[in-house]
Design a binder for this molecule. Structure first.
Ligand code: MG
Length: 281
């Protein structure tokens, strides 16, 4: 059996993840954590949370960066508000990312995940150079904390993402592969993309989606329960095994406004992944 842990994207007080109590009810032992709000990121809270995690034998694989003012309302608004690409908030968010890295260190977490935003497509532009420099500075800071950065896929082609990572030129920059995002943003086939990024994957989101019926890249596709969209869950997990991925399979279902449905669909995803894992030798 392909023996990798199943996890779930989790939120304490910010982000679209599942509530921590639900993680315990589902019996999962691995989570990615959306970074808590700034006022919650205290040493005392880190200690209390570590105690809670140890009580349930749960490990955090990744702390995901999230910032005030980010909005995924439309693809256009996402490009204007998310990550380190919007110039107005770039410096302040870099400083906040350092703080989040320190908080994650208190939790003993190695990987810091990030939607860095839409990487500028023109490699010779000033903005591209500035985003490269910002992410290099972040990677250097993470290195001092013995941490690495994982970039979420989907907002640009993986070819562009790989070129960007090469330009950052740090040995602690990797990928958190979200196959659904490639469909949601109209970027392309996630399985082919996964083969291209191969060994650079250090985290994944088991998330699914169907393509937009409008204009790809302008209108959102629709997120759906894992296994019911266009990702091809079995092929996705088989391909992860083929590229030698041995980290957690972290389920992500972004419907916190419907907690009962969110829990049921995550439970169904756990069963699906277990049945796929049992078929993969
Ligand atoms: Mg994701």
């Amino acid at each position: 059996m392909y023996d990798v842990p199943i996890g779930v994207f989790t939120s304490i007080d910010a982000g679209l993840g599942v509530n921590f109590d639900v993680v315990c009810e589902l019996g999962l032992k691995s989570i990615q954590l959306h970074t808590p709000k700034r006022e919650s990121r205290t040493p005392d809270n880190a200690s209390a949370f570590l105690y809670k995690l140890s009580e349930h034998d749960i490990k955090i694989t990744t702390v995901f960066l999230g910032f005030e003012g980010e909005s995924y309302e439309t693809i256009e608004i996402t490009s204007q508000t998310v990550g380190f690409v919007p110039p107005k908030t770039r410096s302040a968010r870099l400083v906040e990312a350092f703080e989040i890295s320190d908080f994650a260190k208190l939790l003993g977490v190695t990987y810091i995940g990030s939607h860095i935003g839409f990487v500028p497509h023109d490699r010779r532009s000033n903005e591209y150079a500035k985003v490269v420099e910002t992410i290099r500075t972040l990677c250097e800071y993470l290195k001092k904390n013995s941490q690495a950065l994982t970039l979420e896929t989907g907002q640009e082609s993986v070819q562009l993402l790989l070129m960007f990572m090469d330009d950052v030129a740090c040995d602690n920059i990797f990928i958190n592969f979200d196959p659904a995002n490639l469909i949601l943003y109209g970027i392309g086939n996630p399985i082919e993309a996964l083969k291209l990024v191969g060994k650079r994957v250090r985290g994944v989101h088991c998330k699914d989606a169907v393509s937009t019926t409008g204009t790809p890249g302008v209108d959102w596709g629709r997120e759906v329960p894992f296994g019911s969209g266009e990702v091809d869950a079995e092929k996705f997990i088989k391909t992860l095994r083929e590229i030698g991925y041995s980290g957690a399979l972290t389920i992500e279902r972004e419907i916190p406004e419907q907690p009962e449905r969110q829990k049921e669909e995550i439970d169904a995803a756990i069963k699906l992944i277990n049945s796929i894992k049992s078929r993969i030798f």
